[in-house]
Write a protein that binds this ligand. Structure first.
Ligand code: B12
Ligand code: SF4
Length: 472
């Protein structure tokens, strides 16, 4: 038995880490999980547990905090530090960081299990697919195909999560019915993963496996509503019909999911609604055809988006739309078209991000070639996509400011002349406050927050504001 200590940023259920934990525990290894509060606490936890491996997960932006914690672990123990997650996959050269011993590219369940087995003497030492060790050439590391039989993986280890993070009541819980997406939006890491690892673009769990997990969670910890976190829910309509019919009978709890325009019709929405789906989201992303089609590679027309929104509303489902502003070469007027399209769609909840050029994505690469990004742009990416932009292009400050007023403008179009004047000013705490209040109200509605959970969320958003719009 080898000992593994995993660390996560924030309190959200990180299914990547929890899946790794479940696989390693099933094989008989000892696994602990903690949230990263500060480097000293992390180093003390590893030293205190006698872990042979400390595992961290990082998205680009969060990686700086994670690397600081990793460095403290290296300074205070003999544990091997392994870094995984989207940042490690897209930027494996981070293995040269003094705080890191090994980087995991792509899926980590089988790779980390091989490493623990090696340390435990159950496996002969040697190269492990997906794991890049410090000092070894990145290109020499073999990559393994993603797991196609997702039913072979155990349910994510929520017991470990609850022990580390607490229960947070029986609120909305997050489930994944599959992995992957067949589309190729230029700002997303999904297409890069497909290029690197191959395999089928979408891998689906069986209906039985997903329902089994939902029912287990309901019995063990209580459950009020279900969030299906797949990139796009129900691409396989036969699968989705069977799932929704059984979900309605066997679970019957309120449901939220994410769709993509062009992958559903009214009949599917009726099935969703019948199963308890009260809210769904889809991406508008940009209201301007040039930006949406040429820059983002989203081959969806304005008319299709408006028609899809109409169908969602006719089906009696609350509509959330996701949007991005501040894309490379986007103009202010083009971004205002995104505001207008949200209004035309009658969006109930508006979610909006400032574009971040995640390394490995096609759009980051193009922006770099166009001279819109500094060489070290990955180090300038925010922890969240709610703050600034590393892009160097005329008008970017106004676009970043518009982000803060976006949801307000969708609801109150008469404010547009005022907002057009205000966004000429420098970014300031008042603009952040406008965003925090509008976004906070959205979260309250989305998660049905009340009582203690409302206070916790309020404290989170107040903290976000006091830190000047920076998370964590
Ligand atoms: C659901 C989701 C969220 C959820 C939960 C995130 C979470 N960490 O679980 C929420 C809403 C909280 C969220 C927030 C954010 N997210 Co998000 N999110 C996703 C989404 C849609 C699914 C994640 C998921 O559960 N995947 C399934 C699991 C099984 O895969 P996985 O997490 O990648 O884990 C596997 C491997 O990466 C690896 N691995 C992961 N960690 C480790 C650790 C070790 C030690 C090892 C060995 C291996 C390993 O093994 C895992 C199992 O195979 C992805 C897109 C996607 N399809 O992956 C984006 C994505 C991960 N998110 C992204 C971003 C940018 C964010 C935010 C920064 C945005 C924001 N506004 O703040 C935050 C940051 C949160 C954080 N604390 O780091 C980007 C990351 C891009 C990048 N290059 O870093 C992605 C890839 C989407 C994109 N734009 O392309 N997100
Ligand atoms: S549809 Fe969503 S998950 Fe799929 S490539 Fe586009 S942004 Fe990524």
């Amino acid at each position: 038995m080898a000992r593994l200590h995993l660390f996560q940023v924030g309190t959200f259920e990180q299914h990547g880490l929890l899946s790794i934990a479940a696989v390693c525990r099933r094989a008989g290894h000892e696994v602990r999980l903690a949230t990263i509060r500060n480097p000293r606490q992390v180093a003390a936890a590893v030293a205190g547990s006698g872990a042979a491996v400390a595992g961290f997960s990082a998205t680009t932006g969060m990686h700086r905090d994670v690397l600081r914690a990793a460095a403290a672990v290296k300074a205070g123990s003999d544990a091997l530090v392994v870094l995984g997650g989207p940042h490690a996959t897209a930027c494996p050269e981070v293995v040269a960081d003094p705080g890191v011993d090994i980087v995991c590219r792509g899926e980590g369940e089988a790779a980390l299990l091989d490493l623990l087995d090696e340390l435990d003497g159950r496996r002969a030492p040697g190269p492990i697919a997906n794991l890049v060790r410090q000092g070894e050439p990145i290109e020499a590391t073999p990559l393994r195909a993603p797991e196609t039989d997702l039913d072979a993986l155990p349910y994510v280890d929520r017991a470990l999560y609850h022990a580390a993070v607490g229960r947070h009541g029986a609120a909305m819980r997050y489930f994944l019915t599959g992995r992957g997406c067949p589309f190729s939006c230029t700002y997303c890491l999904g297409p890069k993963m497909r290029d690197l690892f191959g395999g089928p673009p979408v891998r689906q769990r069986s209906v039985e496996h997903v329902l089994g997990e939902i029912c287990e969670v309901r019995e063990r910890w209580g459950l009020e509503s279900v969030l299906l976190g797949d990139d796009i829910f129900g691409l396989d309509k036969a699968w989705a019909s069977e799932f929704l019919a059984r979900y309605r009978r066997e679970v019957g709890l309120p449901l939220v999911c994410h769709l993509r325009v062009g992958t559903f019709d009214r009949a599917f929405l009726d099935e969703l609604h019948g199963a308890g789906c009260w809210m769904l989201s889809f991406g508008i992303e940009s209201g301007n055809d040039r930006v949406r089609r040429q820059i983002m590679h989203r081959d969806i027309s304005r008319e299709e988006i408006v028609a899809a929104a109409g169908m969602v509303k006719e089906a009696g489902i609350v509509l959330e739309t996701t949007n991005i502003v501040g894309l490379p070469t986007e103009t202010l007027d083009e971004a205002f078209e995104t505001v207008a399209l949200n209004r035309d769609c009658g969006t109930d909840l508006v979610s909006v991000s400032v574009f971040q050029p995640y390394p490995g994505t096609a759009l980051a690469e193009r922006a770099r070639e166009q001279g819109l990004l500094p060489e070290d742009y990955a180090e300038r990416i925010d922890r969240t996509y709610f703050e600034g932009s590393p892009l160097r292009m005329p008008g970017i400050v106004r676009l970043v400011n518009l982000h803060k007023f976006f949801a307000l403008l969708v609801a109150h179009p008469r404010l547009e002349p005022l907002v057009r004047r205000l966004i000429r000013l420098r970014p300031n705490p008042l603009f952040t406050l406008v965003f925090v209040v509008t976004h906070g109200l959205r979260s309250i509605r989305l998660y049905g927050l009340r009582g203690r959970r409302l206070w916790v969320a309020g404290a989170h958003w107040l903290g976000f504001f006091l830190r000047g719009g920076r998370a964590g």
